[in-house]
Design a protein around this ligand. Structure first.
Ligand code: NCD
Ligand code: ZN
Length: 351
């Protein structure tokens, strides 16, 4: 009898779904396993108004199969022109779950992000007031700062000052990649949490660069040294309520990743749950898997725990996953952990 594990259906608290053909291709990869996902607003142009968020949500919902209970939770892209009363209105009417802060130029489609953090003070004050969380891409963009140090420097230069100025503001440090971020988040009060991706639990910077350059492991924040990967595994499996799953599944056409200047982003939606289960198994923490994937994030965002469940099973033999998925404009490679995986999601038996 295979070992099985049934957990409350997971949520993905950081997801890129894109739009159009790509949305159509990647959406099933998420609604298959997840109950809810926090949808990132970095489209071109970005989602900056409540109406745009509503329309984007409608486009997502229109592609869900009948009877699907998957729920996209929307975000607004914070700019220096964001109007605080718009955020208040969108949050109070449950159009958005959170607001996303990208330092200008930090990552894919972040050109409209923030350069002068003083210009967003009023919006942050409003958000603290109404309990609207701020999700941050935590990297400085200063070209003088080494790319492997950009997260740690962001904490010091940007995050700590924001936190001291707005102590009540709920902040999620997104896709953390360093021991520094783990330590910062752990020592803050409960208003600060962090998402951790599946792929940062598997790869360190050698996976990207040693023995050849592997564009499908390139994402931002870039994977760091092994000691940081170990710190992330420890934080994710610790049961600490501040840490929860946000896949940062970020699809790009293979043709755009496999070129001289390739895009940042790993596409992980397809196999996240089995791979996260593998990590928790390896760390002897399967009893804490549900907290990380299904409970901690819901508690942070003050939404109810999902009543539906997901069952994972451990196979005797390594499980094979699709190498890529097809979109109308070309293939998108699925994240390959480069090691044997023994977990899979148990599907209802086909008739
Ligand atoms: C994301 C994308 O492609 O939109 N890329 C990535 O490397 N993670 C943007 C982001 O979350 O940084
Ligand atoms: Zn992202």
């Amino acid at each position: 009898m295979a070992q099985t594990l049934t957990i409350s259906r997971p949520d993905d608290w950081h997801l890129h779904l894109r739009d159009g053909d790509m949305l159509r291709a990647v959406l099933p990869e998420t609604y298959r396993d997840f109950a809810r996902a926090l949808i990132m607003p970095n489209l071109v142009p970005p989602i900056t108004t409540a109406q745009e968020a509503r329309d984007y949500k409608d486009r997502i919902n229109a592609l869900l199969p009948e009877g699907s209970s998957f729920e996209p939770r929307m975000t607004l892209y914070l700019t220096e022109n964001t109007v605080p009363s718009d955020v208040r209105h969108a949050h109070e009417n449950d159009v958005i779950q959170a607001v996303k802060l990208y330092p200008a130029g930090a990552t894919t489609n972040s050109a409209s992000g923030v350069t002068n953090f003083e210009r967003i003070t009023e919006t942050l004050e409003t958000m603290a007031d109404i309990g609207c969380p701020l999700c941050v891409h935590g990297e400085v963009t200063d070209p003088d700062i080494d790319i492997f140090d950009r997260e740690a420097v962001f904490i010091e230069r940007v995050l700590q000052p924001i936190k001291s100025q707005h102590p009540k503001l709920n902040i999620v440090m997104e896709h953390i990649t360093t021991q520094d971020a783990v330590d910062f988040v752990a020592q803050c009060d409960d208003s600060v949490g962090a998402t951790i991706t599946m792929h940062h639990l598997f790869i360190n910077r050698n996976h990207i660069l040693a023995g050849g350059i592997r564009p499908h492991y390139y994402c931002l924040p870039v994977a760091k040294r092994e000691e940081h990967r170990q710190a992330l595994r420890k934080a994710a499996t610790s049961g600490n309520r501040k840490f929860f799953l946000g896949t940062d599944s970020a699809p790009h056409l293979d043709s755009l990743k496999e070129q001289a200047c390739g895009c940042a982003g790993c596409f992980t939606a397809t196999n996240t749950m089995p791979l996260v289960a593998q990590v928790f198994d390896e760390e002897g923490a399967l009893d804490r898997l549900e907290a990380f994937t299904s409970l901690n994030g819901a508690a942070f965002y003050k939404v109810p725990k999902n009543r539906e469940t997901l069952t994972l099973e451990r196979s005797e033999h390594p499980v094979a996953f699709p190498k890529s998925i097809e979109s109308a404009t070309g293939p998108v490679t699925v994240f390959d952990p480069g090691q044997d995986i023994y977990w899979r999601v148990a599907r209802e038996k086909q008739q």
